[in-house]
Design a protein around this ligand. Sequence first.
Ligand code: DGI
Ligand code: FE
Ligand code: FE
Length: 211
Amino acid sequence: MNGNEITSARKIDEIRSYVSSRLSGDRLSHVFSVEKEALCIAKYVFPIYNIGNEHLRDVSAASLLHDATKNLTLPEQLALCEKYGIDTGDFPSCAVLHSKTAAYLSRELFGINDDVFSAIYCHTTGRENMSVLDKIIFIADYIEPTRAYEECKKARDYFYANVSEGSENNAETLDKTIIMSLDGTIRSLIAKNRPIDVQTILTRNYFFKTN
Ligand code: DGI
Ligand code: FE
Ligand code: FE
């Protein structure tokens, strides 16, 4: 697969069995739940951007692989960062690094395209100028129904109360739900006295500029 080719159905099967062998329990359930959620969200937003349903296979690939390295320890994450030349930032943590290592590992193992790479890479902090696929994976990760947190449920309720099939407003609803998710994450990091990745702040500010 080259950098722009849409993920093939056969590749999805390979990815699905790889992920099933690498993850288990709640993490595997979460990954499948993200895929289901992301496919559902895509159906509301793809038509606005004239994105064809063949791109749903990229949604599946990114969903299935987004947490592929989530169960690695910090030393293991750092070794992958070294291998792939990933900048570990000021506060290296599994919480932030797993998204970047998962993107590079997935590219090495499955030759994922650039769109899927980006969605996996930024699924924890988001980024400025997020693509439609980036946004779908980012928000599906936060609102999928196995997430028990009240803030995740609130964001989910907000999203589904405001989207409707064929509505142009779905793009704005998606952006507003992303802001809710960033706010929830930032609040919870402050409550836990944890550092906030600079990108998380840059992403939140970016959405204020575009709304
Ligand atoms: O991997 P998941 O749990 O499915 O979800 P995720 O990739 O969004 O990661 C969520 C975790 O990452 C959660 O514990 C909060 C943490 N996180 C998100 N943004 C930041 C962060 N941690 C730090 N230190 N800084 C951030 O900006
Ligand atoms: Fe994650
Ligand atoms: Fe996740």
